[in-house]
Design a protein around this ligand. Structure first.
Ligand SMILES: [Zn+2]
Length: 436
């Protein structure tokens, strides 16, 4: 009798396991991994780690032994990843290996690839040349490509908190998180029609994380105390909000990208703005521009934090930059043609041009282009508080063209989506055309 009960108890479990195994084998999608969003140590202030960062697993660097030639390691460190000589404080380069600073003062030795010893670096994403050949290169140049689209910010009721909201003359409310979402939805459709598999990080104006600002209050208190401030009132309120939407929301998106979607590329959609002051009475500016941000230009101060060093090395060893730059070049060209916008010019030392031929692409160390472990295209077109951009935003989406400041123009979000689509189409058509 007892055995029979056990059998009945065990049977559903067996069926469930079999079903998981079966669907796991037949479904192209990875099984959803419901990892917890945070472990307790991430909710405490650590001097050697960015707020809320997951503790790096330094043993992962062993995967990159003998994968990287010394000259590429040196060139990319200097030209892309490091602000001036910042890397010298955490990496010692020798003839055959590099000693990198891991946790605390621990040094980890990674050997360079030699002529006779070279293997490809492990990574979840595939470069254009690693994709299977596209049977219909003209109709479906993106076939088999996995794309994550990250509509920047949250929008809706959250946009005031995010400081990505203003009300223009005539009363139209501009919310970056809604413009990026509208663009993402159009873009998804267009990229799918070219054969890609596309995931939106969000499809509504709600956060990806299940946590909310009050969940971050204990950590916010520690942060404020460490800065010599009283952890009360509005300071506490703002610090908790900031940990929620500026830090954890992006880390949560990274977790979904890196463990669940595992895309070949991620597109981070944003719109730029110049300081508008009071959102109820915004300052409007005549400037309008566009730029793209690839990962790089880590400062010595940033490299002192363990998680930053880890992400830099993971991107460097995975050869992420080569694919990221090529992809960004193609999108810069198509977006410049589509929008007619001039490049934004940085005057601060936290960003540098990586390509003398291309005035649109800057290397800058952002959370989103650092913790997403695949090639990222981070777009910053349009100045939202430029009067013409405001007019176009307030006109909403429409088919065809409409007269704006004497010229026939597409709706702003269609122009944006078309520019990105063209850039991807050109890039993959060309790269995969050479694959055979
Ligand atoms: Zn933005």
């Amino acid at each position: 009798m007892k055995h029979r009960i056990l059998l009945w108890l065990a049977l559903p479990a067996v069926v469930l396991v079999a079903a998981l195994f079966w669907t796991g084998r037949n479904n192209e999608d990875p099984e959803p991994v419901e990892a917890p969003e945070l472990v307790p140590e991430q909710m405490s202030l650590r001097t050697n780690m960015s707020a809320l960062a997951a503790t790096p697993d330094w043993s992962k660097l062993q995967d990159y032994q003998y994968t990287m030639p010394r000259d590429i390691f040196m060139t990319q460190l200097n030209a892309v990843y490091s602000q001036d000589r910042a890397w010298h404080s955490v990496i010692n380069v020798h003839e055959d290996f590099a000693d990198v600073r891991g946790s605390g003062n621990e040094r980890i030795r990674v050997y360079f690839a030699g002529r006779d010893r070279q293997k490809p670096p492990p990574r979840y994403w595939r470069s254009a040349r690693e994709l299977p050949s596209a049977p219909d290169l003209f109709g479906k140049p993106l076939s088999g490509l996995r794309i994550a689209v990250d509509p920047g910010h949250i929008g809706g009721e959250w946009s005031r908190m995010e400081e990505r909201w203003y009300r223009g003359t005539g009363g139209h409310e501009v919310k970056e998180g809604e413009l990026t979402l509208a663009t993402a939805i159009l873009l998804k459709k267009q990229l799918e029609s070219l054969g890609a598999k596309v995931w939106l990080l969000r499809n509504k104006t709600q956060p990806v994380t299940k946590l909310r600002p009050p969940d971050f209050e204990p950590l916010a208190r520690q942060v404020l105390k460490s800065r010599g401030k009283d952890p009360v009132g509005n300071d506490l309120h703002r610090a908790s909000q900031s940990l929620f939407y500026r830090a954890h929301e992006i880390r949560r998106r990274a977790q979904v990208i890196n463990t669940r979607i595992k895309p070949d590329i991620t597109l981070c959609l944003h719109l730029n703005a110049e300081s508008w002051g009071n959102p109820e009475k915004p300052t409007m500016v005549s400037r309008n521009h566009f730029h793209l941000l690839i990962n790089g230009t880590y400062s010595a101060r940033e490299l002192r934090l363990e998680d930053n060093r880890f992400h830099l090395l993971k991107r460097l060893f995975q050869r992420t930059h080569d694919e990221e730059l090529a992809l960004n070049r193609s999108i810069a060209k198509a977006m410049a043609e589509e929008t007619g916008l001039p490049p934004y010019i940085y005057t601060t030392n936290n960003a540098k041009l990586v390509d003398t031929e291309n005035p649109y692409i800057y290397a800058r160390n952002l959370l989103a282009n650092r913790v997403y472990h695949c090639p990222v295209v981070f777009l910053e077109p349009y100045v939202m508080n430029n009067p013409e951009v405001y007019k176009r935003i307030s006109m909403g989406d429409y088919a065809g063209k409409s007269k704006i400041a004497g010229a026939m123009r597409k709706s702003l979000i269609r122009e944006y989506a078309d520019g990105v689509t063209e850039g991807l189409r050109n890039y993959y058509q060309q790269a995969r055309g050479n694959n055979g």
